[in-house]
Write a protein that binds this ligand. Structure first.
Ligand SMILES: Nc1ncnc2c1ncn2[C@@H]1O[C@H](COP(=O)(O)OP(=O)(O)O)[C@@H](O)[C@H]1O
Ligand SMILES: C=C(OP(=O)(O)O)C(=O)O
Ligand SMILES: [K+]
Ligand SMILES: [Mg+2]
Length: 593
């Protein structure tokens, strides 16, 4: 027996309504001012136990709007080629689930699942198929490709391996392509892994390109205007201050610099120059956010079907809108999410409008810390996370989370505290950069993110620190407002009733994001109809995305889901579930039969 509230609209669920006037049978969208009487609140009860406990052809055929693959339920991190082939060949009802999630749900129950999502930058240390699989098994939700490094062929190889992993093992690892952007950076050191600059040495930074090997103590610079813009007396910072130089002389394309803070120069390291204590950024402001090379990379991303494009050095909402319309015109069908990287002063100035225009944001602390004083970075992080939460956009905290693990197998205590803080702020995702791209311990670094996330999330729940921050209303259409209210209520009910899980049935993924935004205590099982939406949902806090074909008949959907999940031991009779749906705009509370 379930208890339910349904917000019924005639266009969506005509069979639920008993409307007195024929005008009410007009589609919702065609009625402008008289929407309120159309929306009825209906208390009804649905028997969720009316069908057999195991999947049956009848159950599946009841979802008439579904595609022929309606029998297959994909979980977030699947495995089991055997089961897949059974499904493919017998067309029988089945479930595909990876050993990691399945074991987690079976052994420890719903509550044990990790809510914070994990992103790994893929590089030479992790680009092999087995290495990628190890990351997926270790909890990687999103693989990031930094187009600053590597060739397109190299990146294509990684994209295809991740896709193969998803197809063969049932994972839903999303791919995020990160643009190079046109800020100033060093060249690639002619193949050297690094170069050591010592105190008092004079180095040459030049806009000349080298045909053969790199001359001693010479660094090429990506930006042609460099020698022109820089002045004698300026301070030159590599990677926001990892190495420092004073500009002492300019000779044509060459700029002579005296090393004042020694350190390791890494290929393609970011360069900033400072004058009288302030960042010089006049010329940077004139560089395009998306360079011509970036546009080629974006075309590559569209062709390879990446899930997200992260835009480096965003300055305004305009560039995000521009890219989004480009993507809408080019990427037919499959949507690509645009993530704004907040890593410049301009992006902080225009934060709200940038985030509003984007599909998510990244706190890119590496470059941000080179553009604003380091002591301001934590407050900026807190603000970005908060604004994203308010505006319902996923937010990623990135860079140097476990930097020491590039070289060492265990993190510093300060790094663990930093990861904890990002989890405590309830950001959607944490990102590894060098730790997974070229570090010596990528799997161990991922394990640290996983275990720290789990522990801090548990602590949060044990302390019953339910959110007191009121979330502002964001829906613009009446239908969106209803969805938002349903999700807010569902999350509140879930906490108050101590339910085991919220189930959300969503086609676009929007309803799932609204539940995620409330950060309920229990995990959120998000059922969606396409693999691309399923992958995109994998970036958002608390969502365990499944692909499932479903109809607008919630009773049938619930019965089917219960059967499929029960048959694999992922839920059991008596578990308390709240189900919300965006087709029906309903909330139902029930025990699994
Ligand atoms: N595709 C790649 N190929 C080679 N090296 C890479 C790749 N991606 C990342 N790396 C290495 O990992 C380091 C850290 O990655 P990331 O933080 O994304 O880049 P950056 O240091 O340029 O901001 C890079 O400096 C680079 O040495
Ligand atoms: C994530 C960042 O960007 P990238 O690694 O591309 O410089 C950053 O600057 O923190
Ligand atoms: K980048
Ligand atoms: Mg950056």
């Amino acid at each position: 027996m379930s208890q339910s509230i349904q917000f019924s609209t005639p266009s969506r669920t005509p069979h639920l309504l008993h409307l007195p006037h024929s005008q009410f049978n007009r589609p919702l969208s065609s009625i402008s001012f008289r929407r309120f009487p159309l929306t009825t609140i209906k208390y009804t009860s649905i028997r969720a136990s009316s069908s057999s406990p195991s999947p049956s052809p009848d159950l599946d055929s009841s979802s008439s709007s579904s595609s022929s693959s309606s029998q297959v339920l994909f979980s977030p991190n699947g495995t089991g080629a055997n089961e897949r082939s059974v499904v493919a060949t017998t067309d029988a009802a089945g479930i595909e689930v990876d050993t990691v999630t399945e074991a987690e749900l079976k052994e420890n129950g719903f509550r044990s699942t990790r809510r914070t999502k994990l992103i790994c930058t893929i590089g030479p240390a992790t680009c092999g198929f087995d290495q990628l699989e190890a990351l997926a098994v270790g909890g990687m939700n999103v693989a990031r490709l930094n187009m600053c490094h590597g060739t397109r062929d190299w990146h294509r190889g990684v994209v295809r391996s991740v896709r193969k992993l998803n197809e063969e093992k049932g994972f839903a690892v999303a791919i995020m392509m990160d643009t190079e952007g046109s800020e100033i950076h060093m060249g690639d050191l002619g193949g050297d892994a690094s170069a050591k600059a010592e105190d008092g040495e004079v180095w040459t930074f030049t806009v000349r390109a080298f045909d053969s090997s790199r001359p001693e103590r010479t660094i090429s610079v990506s930006y042609d205007g460099f020698a022109e813009d820089v002045r004698v007396g300026d301070e030159l910072l590599v990677d926001g201050g990892m190495v420092r130089f004073d500009v002492i002389e300019k000779i044509g394309p060459d700029v002579k610099c005296l090393c004042t803070d020694p350190g390791l120069l890494l290929p393609r390291a970011n360069l900033t120059f400072w004058r009288d204590g302030s960042l010089v950024r006049e010329r940077n402001a004139m560089l395009p956010t998306i360079s011509s090379k970036d546009w080629l990379d974006i075309d590559f991303g569209i062709a390879e079907g990446v899930d997200f494009i992260a835009v480096s050095f965003v300055k305004s909402a305009e560039v995000i809108n521009h890219l989004k319309s480009y993507l809408a015109a080019r990427s037919r069908g499959e949507e690509i999410g645009v993530i704004a990287k907040i890593e410049s002063i301009d992006s902080l100035t225009n934060l709200e409008e940038i985030i509003l225009a984007s599909d998510g944001a990244m706190v890119a602390r590496g470059d941000l810390g080179a553009q604003i004083p380091l002591e301001q970075v934590p407050a900026a992080q807190q603000r970005i996370v908060q604004v994203c939460r308010e505006l319902n956009k996923p937010v990623i905290v990135a860079s140097q989370l476990l930097e020491s693990m590039i070289e060492y197998p265990t993190p510093t205590r300060a790094e663990v505290a930093d990861v904890s803080e990002a989890v405590r702020q309830r950001s959607d995702a944490l990102m590894l950069s060098g730790e997974s791209a070229m570090g010596q311990f990528p799997d161990k670094a991922l394990t640290v993110l996983r275990t720290v996330s789990l522990r801090i999330e548990r602590w949060w729940r044990e302390e019953e620190r339910h959110e007191s921050v009121p979330l502002q209303a964001i829906g613009s259409t009446f239908s969106d407002k209803i969805s938002e209210e349903i999700c807010n209520s569902a999350a509140k009910m879930a906490n108050n009733l101590g339910v085991d899980a919220v189930f959300v049935y969503t086609t676009s993924g929007h309803m799932a994001s609204l539940v995620s935004r409330c950060r309920p205590d229990c995990p959120i099982f998000a059922f969606t109809t396409t693999t691309s939406v399923r992958r995109r949902l994998n970036l958002q806090w608390g969502l365990i995305p499944f692909r499932l074909s479903f109809s607008d008949d919630m009773e049938s959907n619930l019965n089917k889901t219960f059967s499929l999940l029960k048959s694999r031991g992922m839920i059991k009779s008596g578990d308390l579930v709240i189900a919300v749906s965006d087709m029906l705009q309903s909330i139902q509370v029930m025990n699994v039969p």
